[in-house]
Design a binder for this molecule. Structure first.
Ligand code: ADP
Ligand code: TRP
Length: 323
């Protein structure tokens, strides 16, 4: 089973990225039948970041964070999207069979432009480049959060159109892998946690900052003694993500029985976040002291990815009449 996914280096990784995506990346690489490809989607991040120095730093930082969180270069291929320019070539080929109407129905484009991101061609064509990422390694499964569901549907449609035009079986039709329980991790304000909403808990934020963020999670005004609502309660949802299943019934009772204040529940959450990511935080410090290591991992990843990509591109170019 070939697994592929990417994350844009458009900011610092947060726990939504972890539970919605990265945790699955790490779990998938442990399955012996899987062949995993993960990449830093720097070309996609160019739709929102226009400062070279910033993008370069974020790309390296996200690669470092992936390794710290358990992505193992011995089990997975980790590469930087822009190191594989073939992906833009395939994106062009795909764009010639992608109906305008398909892209016009894209939620992500509408959401982003409504939030003030400039409506460029790159932003509009974003799903085509994403389809190229996925199709260029003939992926079977794509682990992502629920917000990427439509992009996966578009990828399937685009691959179908390409195959219909140039030959059945040329591109493999992939499937999304979306975990129901972590499909949408709420941010500290209760909306979907997202870099662009400023409501994140960053995985590698300094302890003091993390504490401040956890303490500012929005809660209602239920008095300490009374039972707390669980539905639509951000603190409850976040605690559920971090609490080991065996301890969950006891933690749940702190909400349903009353007697525990939100302040104490927040402290509990902070402790769990620090404990969960403690080993990753220590690994990250080590990785930061050897930046050459991350670059070597990415160079090696590019080489391994190209072994598959060369074949796919040869087939596609031939089918289109480019060679
Ligand atoms: P952001 O919204 O912060 O910019 P990205 O769009 O870069 O995050 O998402 C990277 C990956 O993390 C994607 O697979 C996405 O589905 C997942 N993801 C992001 N935010 C969340 C969230 N709040 N809950 C679950 N998964 C998420
Ligand atoms: N669009 C994805 C996101 O914002 C990132 C991404 C780019 C991606 N190319 C991909 C994810 C290919 C999975 C597969 O999160």
């Amino acid at each position: 089973m070939r697994i592929l996914s990417g994350v844009q280096p458009s900011g610092k990784l947060h726990i939504g990225n972890y539970f919605g995506a990265i945790r699955q990346f790490v779990a998938q690489q442990r399955e012996p039948i899987n062949e995993c490809y993960y990449f830093i989607a720097d070309l996609h991040a160019m739709t929102t970041i226009h400062e070279g120095a910033v993008l370069r730093d974020y790309s390296r930082m996200v690669a470092t964070d992936f390794l710290a969180l358990g992505l193992d270069p011995a089990r997975s291929v980790l590469y930087r999207q822009s190191d594989v320019p073939e992906v833009t070539e395939l994106a062009w080929m795909l764009s010639t069979v992608t109906p305008m109407g398909l892209l016009q129905r894209g939620h992500s484009y509408k959401d982003k432009t409504s939030k003030g991101i400039v409506a460029t061609h790159g932003l509009f064509a974003y799903p085509v480049l994403m389809a190229a990422d996925i199709l260029i390694v003939r992926s079977d499964r794509v682990p992502v959060g629920r917000d990427q569901k439509q992009h996966l549907e578009m990828t399937r449609d685009i691959a179908g159109a390409f195959n219909q035009t140039y030959g059945e079986g040329l591109l493999r039709i992939p499937e999304a892998m979306i975990l129901a329980e972590t499909a949408v991790v709420p941010g500290i304000d209760g909306q979907k946690m997202s870099k662009s909403y400023g409501n994140t808990l960053e995985i590698f934020a300094p302890e003091g900052e993390l504490k401040k963020r956890v303490m500012s999670i929005v809660t209602d005004s239920t008095p300490v003694a009374e039972p707390k609502p669980t539905k639509g309660n951000t603190l409850y949802a976040l605690l559920k993500l971090f609490t080991p299943p065996a301890e969950w019934p006891a933690t749940k009772r702190l909400f349903t029985e009353g007697g525990t204040g939100y302040g104490d529940l927040k402290k509990r959450l902070l402790g769990l976040v620090l404990e969960t990511f403690g080993p990753a935080r220590r690994r990250r410090e080590e990785l930061l002291s050897d930046p050459g290591h991350v670059e070597r991992v990415l160079a090696d990843g590019r080489e391994r990815a190209m072994k598959v990509i060369d074949h796919v591109m040869t087939d596609c170019r031939r089918a289109c009449g480019l060679r």
